[in-house]
Design a protein around this ligand. Structure first.
Ligand code: PMP
Length: 333
């Protein structure tokens, strides 16, 4: 019989897939590390597993414990899947601007979700911050992973993503490109690749224009999961050689091209990272023939169907070049 003991055995070991069509005029080989092949559908399964197992080893998380984290997205899904397998309760705190679909996904996996009003001061007892603090204090056995400061976030990438890429490329990787949210992915993967290649592999961050990583103040942008208005502890500034700022428009247009031209239905931060990777690859010119540029794609496009893959939404923001809808009406065809 061939089977896995549980879904968590399937975390990591994601495939590397060559980009063939969006790479027009580029000599370098551009490979995508497609993280939606993880069981929870994103790169965050890696950190969820590592953070939980480390907390079990240190005794911070005990049998029957409760995982409390302010998260509404991919990290919550990863934590919920691992927690379910290991018998922990999960309570996630999220602001009320989060879509019902996202909350329903977390509930579907068995997590409890506490929704807080966005329209109150941070000092208000019902604010996002105060509610998660209170839950931590009042819930017996509560443990907060805190992905922004937990060293096991970058460590999971140092131990899995980095070695996988080195092995999958037979040590031929020359550039690694990733978006930066908590900074865990780029810091852990980047550090491993720097060490094993004696500093040869170039580590490039892609960042929404306006975020602090690319020199902004945290001005709002629409790409989700990346960019910050503060410098998290999980991010190691020493590791990145360069950071490329990418606009929402370029990010979303590339996200749609990845689905249409590469068969990759991925999220907006993936389109953003690919724009960065193609800039790196294009700059290498004809000398780039032997270069191997790897770009990490964190999640699937399924969570963005009503935004990036919705023509009306794209048009409202002026993100579609030609305007109008691509949807044909009955009678048009
Ligand atoms: N893209 C998406 C969709 C994410 O959810 C995240 C995680 N916040 C990232 C990119 C960035 O990854 P990291 O937190 O490891 O920097």
């Amino acid at each position: 019989m061939q089977y896995y003991e549980s879904m968590i055995e399937l975390v990591g070991n994601t495939p590397l897939i060559k980009l063939n069509n969006v790479t027009d005029g580029i000599q370098a080989t551009v490979l995508a590390k497609v993280e939606y092949f993880n069981p929870g559908g994103s790169v965050k399964d890696r950190i969820a597993l590592r953070m939980i197992e480390a907390a079990e080893e240190s005794g911070e998380l005990r049998p029957g414990g409760v995982i409390v984290e302010p998260t509404s997205g991919n990290t919550g899904v990863g934590l919920a899947i691992v927690a379910q397998r290991k018998g922990y309760r999960c309570i996630f705190v999220c602001p009320d601007k989060v879509s019902a679909d996202k909350i329903n996904v977390l509930r579907a996996y068995g997590a409890e979700v506490v929704v807080c009003p966005t329209a109150v001061d941070p000092e208000h007892p019902d604010s996002y911050y105060n509610v998660s603090d209170r839950l931590m204090r009042e819930t017996p056995g509560a443990w907060k992973p805190d992905q922004y400061s937990n060293p096991n976030n970058p460590r999971s990438h140092y131990e899995t993503t980095g070695p996988e890429l080195w092995e999958q490329t037979g040590g031929r990787i020359t550039h690694f490109v990733a978006g930066i949210g908590t900074g865990g992915t780029i810091s852990g993967t980047g550090r491993y690749l720097k060490e094993i290649s004696d500093g040869r592999v170039q580590i490039v961050g892609a960042d929404p224009e306006g975020s602090v990583y690319s020199g902004g103040s945290g001005r709002p942008y629409l790409v989700e999961g990346v960019g910050e208005d503060f410098w998290p502890e999980a991010y190691d500034r020493e590791v990145t050689d360069e950071i490329i700022g990418v606009s929402d428009k370029d990010s979303f247009q590339m996200t749609r091209r990845l689905a249409k031209e590469e068969g990759l239905l991925v999220g907006g931060s993936c389109g953003m990272a690919v724009v960065g990777a193609l800039e790196v690859a294009r700059r290498l010119g004809p000398e780039g023939r032997d270069a191997v540029v790897v770009v990490l794609l964190p999640d699937s496009g399924r969570g963005y169907l009503s935004k990036i893959f919705n023509d009306e939404w794209m048009n409202d923001y002026g993100f579609l070049e030609e305007g109008g809808s691509a949807v044909a009406r009955v009678g048009d065809v």
